[in-house]
Design a protein around this ligand. Structure first.
Ligand code: G6P
Length: 612
């Protein structure tokens, strides 16, 4: 979702801002813009991609060592040139970029109109900059103070950066609800939605907390104040991110790179957390809360999108191995349905970005009711990872493709480790089984590597079905969430309608759709409900549906029935979701590429959903 980047220093701001916007493209957006403060306060913005913005700015005055840039994912007002950020204040002396939603913008706008303000766009953001201008002029305040006072009147979420034509030495930033990171270089500062535009220049960052305002002034240190005007001491973190993880590294798309990175990303998720010699599992981040988790009356998992699918696998794993009751909830439903939560509950939030607004709100609700809150996040230093009592990072590395791939398999890996740890602690698993699972886990990265070798075959199958209008994905047990995730991947990036279903539920509806036009992907790996899945394949076949089966290597029964077979190496049932996801990720990728879709930035989707 919206990305913000800002720069103040000795270098020309324009190339830094453009590069920064490119790094933020992965978040999803539909227009882009920049504002440079040189002799003038120049705004250039347009609908479309950052490359369109570059074309638009060509030949114009782009001089200035201070500037702000924005990628907008439309909320208030359609994606067009006018609604794109930055926005000027009424007197055009101030400019703002904003990520978030000002919920009371309508009443603020009415008041401002009564005071003579005129608006050019439909955005809530323009209202905010007019409000700041109003405060600045009426109360004769310096910019930082005007921003602070204006924000006391605002309800909603924001990460903003503001420039003032009359003070070419300062950028003011502020945040509540939406993320914001400050980068501290040598005689220069950066401000961004995440660290990706910053890492190239400095590793020293400050993560702003909610209701904090930052003043970045040339020749001075970072000044942070609370919205109540309390002076705060910023805590400087060292970034762990590496630049090469943000580049395509020879692959055609980030998504393909990330699919092929999985042997490494999964190994990174496991590293230092399983110990073959001692036959144990340990998760340093939750060590102080392990007992609490092991004693929990109930574990509630909250998440959105792909992370919710990982949560479903987590439910099966924790109930199966640790025998603790688990519920998995869409964070957006949980937060608004007045759920019953008590102090004996443990709420686990799963989030790649660690910024998803609904997941964050669900956690805050759980915290307010006294529950222990645990995070499973990928982005180090993200908001969720900071507000939780404890947690385990997935360590998958930056995921740039909007469709989540390596983050999913890493989430499942961490949930597996968590379930194993809790099972050991509770004594709910026979030691021999524990050791068997541990040995199987160790082999997973190599088996993922092997599963990836089916890429050419998957590409061939993709060619056969690229023009299908619908797809059905079926699985049972641990493979049911895999079916949901497979269907989500396909619809996200190829725009083909796809549904995931528990295989047995097919009879209660989707079977009506099956004919010779309908490709049905069935995850039919050995163990679990294998025989029952074979019966489901028979039912599809009897109605002339086309079957693409994901099977365990060497399986002949499913292979005889299916039109196409994709083999994955044998492993323990609890670990199959990791391997079975691989061919499904590849299938959606190749179909999307063959349909000419923008795989890394699918239409309308955002990577980091920072509004509800
Ligand atoms: C968006 C992304 C999905 C992601 C979901 C949850 O919809 O496009 O890939 O699964 O948000 O995001 P999170 O960062 O919380 O895992």
């Amino acid at each position: 979702m919206c990305g913000i980047v800002a720069y103040i220093g000795n270098q020309e701001a324009y190339p830094i801002l453009i590069k920064g916007l490119r790094r933020l493209e992965y978040r999803g957006y539909d227009s882009a813009g920049i504002c440079l403060l040189g002799e003038n306060l120049n705004i250039y913005k347009c609908k479309g991609k950052v490359s369109d913005l570059e074309t638009f700015a060509k030949g114009k005055d782009i001089v200035g060592t201070i500037g702000i840039g924005h990628t907008r994912w439309a909320t208030h007002g359609e994606p067009n040139d006018l609604n794109a950020h930055p926005h000027y204040s009424g007197n055009e002396k101030l400019a703002i970029i904003h990520n978030g939603i000002i919920e009371n913008y309508d009443s603020l706008k009415k008041e401002l109109i009564q005071r003579g303000h005129e608006f050019k766009s439909d955005t809530d953001t323009e209202v905010l900059i007019h409000l700041i201008e109003d405060v600045q002029e009426n109360e004769n305040l310096p910019l930082a103070e005007a921003v602070r006072v204006a924000l006391t009147q605002v309800v909603g979420a924001y990460a903003i950066a503001v420039l003032d034509k009359s003070d070419t030495n300062v950028i003011i930033g502020a945040k509540k609800g939406s993320p914001m990171v400050v980068g501290i270089g040598k005689d220069e500062f950066f401000l961004a939605s995440d660290a990706t535009p910053i890492v190239e220049y400095t590793k020293e960052v400050v993560y702003l907390e909610d209701e904090q305002i930052v003043e970045l002034r040339r020749g001075q240190g970072v000044k942070v104040r609370s919205i109540e005007n309390e002076v705060l001491t910023p805590y400087i973190h060292e970034l762990e991110m590496h630049l090469e993880t943000l580049e395509k590294g020879g692959y055609e798309h980030f998504m393909l790179k990330e699919i092929f990175e999985q042997p490494k990303s999964i190994a990174d998720s496991m590293r230092g957390r399983y110990h073959i010699d001692s036959g144990t599992v340990s998760l340093g981040g939750i060590i102080d809360y392990e007992q609490k988790m092991a004693n929990a009356k109930r574990i509630i998992i909250v998440a959105c999108g792909t992370s919710w699918h990982a949560g479903l696998v987590g439910e099966y794993l924790i109930e199966d191995l640790a025998r603790i009751p688990v519920e998995v909830e869409y964070a957006s439903e949980f937060r608004y349905r007045n759920p019953i939560i008590g102090e004996d509950d443990v709420v686990i939030a799963i989030s790649q970005s660690g910024e998803t607004a609904d997941t964050l709100a669900a956690l805050e609700l759980a915290k307010s009711k006294g529950a222990t809150i645990i995070g499973v996040c990928n982005v180090v230093g993200s908001t969720i990872s900071r507000i939780t009592d404890a947690g385990s990072y997935t360590h998958a590395g930056p995921e740039i493709g909007v469709a989540s791939t390596k983050a999913f398999t890493s989430q499942v890996t961490v949930l597996f480790l968590m379930a194993m740890r809790l099972a050991h602690k509770r004594g709910s698993i026979p030691e021999s089984r524990f050791q068997q699972l541990l040995a199987a886990l160790e082999k997973i990265p190599a088996k993922v590597e092997e599963a990836l070798q089916s890429a050419d075959l998957v590409k061939y199958i993709a060619g056969q079905y690229k023009d299908a209008h619908n797809f059905l994905y079926l699985g049972r047990g641990y493979n049911f969430p895999v079916a949901l995730e497979g269907a989500l991947k396909l619809k996200e990036i190829s725009y083909i309608h796809a549904e995931g279903y528990p295989a047995a539920e097919m009879k209660h509806g989707p079977i009506a759709l099956i004919d010779e036009e309908m490709p049905v992907v069935v995850i039919a790996t050995k163990k679990g409900s294998y025989d029952k899945v074979i019966s489901n394949i028979q039912e599809v076949k009897a109605r002339k549906g086309k079957i693409i089966a994901v099977v365990t290597k060497g399986d002949t029964t499913a292979a005889e029935l299916a039109d196409h077979v994709l083999e994955i190496p044998e492993t323990e049932e609890e670990l199959v979701p990791i391997l079975a996801s691989i061919p499904l990720q590849l299938l959606s990728y190749y179909i999307a590429v063959m349909r000419g879709c923008n795989v890394d930035q699918p239409r309308n989707l955002a990577k980091s959903v920072t509004v509800e």
